[in-house]
Design a protein around this ligand. Structure first.
Ligand SMILES: [Zn+2]
Length: 200
């Protein structure tokens, strides 16, 4: 088994992706954010808000989640001190939106932190996402999270190759698509009529 190239933080960035008519955002409501966080094991079902939260509170949490995602993306793409400061600011804001208690756990001789929320509050959602981003930033070199090289794709991927040579979000998807396009263009160039497939 090779190194793990899945990361919930990268999946979080990829909640923005290209659809047939432009950028699609999967996180358009609080319910959508909650459902994403549970599906990706960022938030345990047991930590979900216990009662219907006020719309003003959930709107604020969604806005914070979106701001964290934009700041995370901007930091990865630019690596500037300004982008880092903005990201840290949003992460701290999200960490302040819920109270949790951490305890040390040891599983298979590996030390880790287990987090339990003090309340089942909607603030748990941005808080858990901030932890996921922080976990990723602590364990993955920032240069290993890159955007797909296809010019019509906005997905990020985690490059676990030794020489950092990965270019596509998926070699079967964008990789194959760009290779096919290049092949078509080179055939077109070498064909006298400009129509591919008429090369002698
Ligand atoms: Zn791609």
């Amino acid at each position: 088994m090779g190194p793990i190239d899945r990361s919930a933080a990268v999946d979080f960035l990829n909640t923005r992706h290209m659809g047939s008519s432009g950028v699609v955002d999967d996180l358009t409501s609080f319910d959508a954010v909650v459902s994403w966080a549970v599906t990706h094991e960022v938030l345990r079902r047991a930590d979900l808000p216990s009662r219907k939260a006020a719309p003003s509170a959930t709107r604020r949490h969604v806005a914070l989640v979106i701001a964290m995602r934009s700041a995370f993306e901007a930091f990865l793409l630019t690596k500037t001190a300004e982008a880092r400061r903005a990201l840290v600011g949003y992460l701290n804001q999200a960490l302040a939106s819920a109270r949790s208690t951490e305890t040390v756990v040891v599983a298979d001789a590996v030390f880790d932190l287990a987090r339990a929320y003090d309340e089942r509050d909607p603030g748990n959602v941005p808080h858990a996402i901030a932890w996921t981003i922080l976990d990723c930033l602590r364990t993955v070199p920032p240069g290993a999270i890159r955007r797909c090289s296809a010019d019509d794709c906005i997905l990020f991927f985690l490059d676990v190759t030794k020489n950092g040579s990965r270019r596509w979000c998926s070699s079967e998807g964008c990789g194959a698509r760009v290779r096919a396009r290049r092949h078509y263009q080179s055939r077109k160039m070498s064909s006298p009529s400009g129509v591919p497939g008429e090369v002698a």
